[in-house]
Design a protein around this ligand. Structure first.
Ligand SMILES: Nc1ncnc2c1ncn2[C@@H]1O[C@H](COP(=O)(O)OP(=O)(O)O)[C@@H](O)[C@H]1O
Ligand SMILES: [Mg+2]
Length: 366
């Protein structure tokens, strides 16, 4: 697939630039009704996310691989007055889906607030340019709008990443915004009222639950959509192959003609360790402490491709992914190493066709 907007040497173009050609073709082909200020109809947004072929033959690549209904519910939510909360374990494409939804709905995925324990209220509401504030006092010119404020004023999609990491009192500044659709500016005696088309997508990790549990008042403003881990090995292999291909392209790595075997192997190892059971259902294995997410599988394979390209013969081989797998599996040097060694000796060693891989793993594990 050609990444349209890879021009200008930007390392990671925003979705609306990387897929500008697909979005343009969709806009031209999409004759269904669009909600106010949406760039596409809900059908067009779903096609952008899930992929398809347009009447003129343009191929829309799938961005998200997973249940269609989940994507439809997410998109339908954005067309209502409720905000969207994407929930799931790390690496289930919450950030990825949020970026692509914003790109498809508003043509702009950059109105983004990154949630951390240190996110201040100004990042969600507004701040001040202090030089101007001191010189002229509070004025519209001295005000620095947050991405959320801009999304409200322009009728676009705002994004809040890792909502549950934000301190509870700062989270609560979203309640008025989401329920009243207004953001008061008492210093100026004004308010910014959200224009039609405004909505907000937040992401949160399952594993963070309890860090700053969402207040029930805020939770009620959201429709929650849970993104699952890929259902089958084939789905996961498909996701990893696609993303590795795209990433390799943007990093200028030569494409490996035959990385398929190693991708299957990485995905198999990750899925078995994650689920605690071998694929054939016969052997129980212990799970390590890390998440072993699809995102990590993508990193392992991309790292392996760089090794193969720069230090090997360009073909992805077991030795190129072994160290990466070890790094992903062994997070806690003591407990995880035992889990890994046990898996290596009881499962990998005995498996047909896995001898090279076993040797490569032994070499890096010692
Ligand atoms: N179901 C999926 N479909 C497409 N890509 C996926 C899927 N699951 C994971 N990925 C890929 O994994 C990577 C990490 O996803 P990310 O959005 O950062 O995860 P999260 O925010 O849930 O921790 C992305 O590059 C994304 O393409
Ligand atoms: Mg994320």
């Amino acid at each position: 697939m050609a990444v349209d907007g890879a021009a200008a040497g930007v390392l990671r173009p925003h979705a609306e630039h990387a897929f500008a050609r697909e979005l343009g073709a969709l806009r031209a082909a999409d004759d269904r009704p669009r909600p106010p200020r949406w760039q596409l109809s809900p059908w067009g947004v779903a096609t952008y996310l899930l992929g398809g072929t347009l009447p003129d033959g343009t191929v829309i690549t799938p961005k998200y691989v997973g249940p269609r209904r989940i994507v439809e519910v997410a998109i339908a939510t954005l067309a209502t007055d409720r905000a969207l909360l994407l929930l799931g374990v790390p690496g289930t494409a919450k950030t990825w889906v949020s970026e692509h939804l914003a790109a498809a709905v508003s043509g702009d995925s950059t109105l983004l607030v990154q949630g951390t324990a240190g996110t201040p209220e100004e990042a969600i509401r507004y701040g001040w340019n202090y030089a101007r504030l001191l010189a002229d006092g509070p004025s519209a010119d001295a005000l620095v709008a947050s991405p959320v404020m801009r999304a409200m004023a322009e009728g676009r999609t705002a994004r809040v990443e890792e909502l549950t990491r934000i301190p509870a009192d700062v989270q609560d500044s979203l309640i008025t915004i989401l329920s009243e659709k207004t953001l008061p500016i008492p210093e100026l005696g004004q308010e910014v009222q959200a224009v039609r088309g405004f909505n907000l997508i937040a992401t949160a990790n399952d594993r963070d639950r309890g860090v700053n549990e969402l207040s029930s008042a805020l939770r009620r403003r959201f429709n929650t959509v849970v993104l699952p881990l890929p259902a089958t090995p084939e789905d996961e292999i498909d996701i990893v192959s696609r993303r590795v291909d795209q990433l390799g392209r943007s990093l200028g790595l030569p494409t490996a003609p035959d990385g398929g075997d190693e991708i299957r192997r990485v995905v198999t190892v990750f899925r078995e360790l994650r689920s605690g059971l071998t694929t054939d259902g016969r052997t129980k294995v212990k799970s390590p402490s890390g998440t072993l997410s699809t995102a990590e599988a993508i990193s392992v394979v991309t790292g392996g491709l760089a090794l193969a390209a720069h230090f090997g013969d360009g073909l992805l081989r077991p030795g190129d992914v072994a160290a990466g797998i070890l790094g992903a599996v062994v997070r806690d040097p003591a407990a995880d190493r035992i889990v890994w060694q046990e898996y290596l000796e009881t499962v990998v060693r005995e498996r047909d066709g896995w001898q090279d891989f076993y040797r490569a793993c032994r070499e890096v594990t010692r």
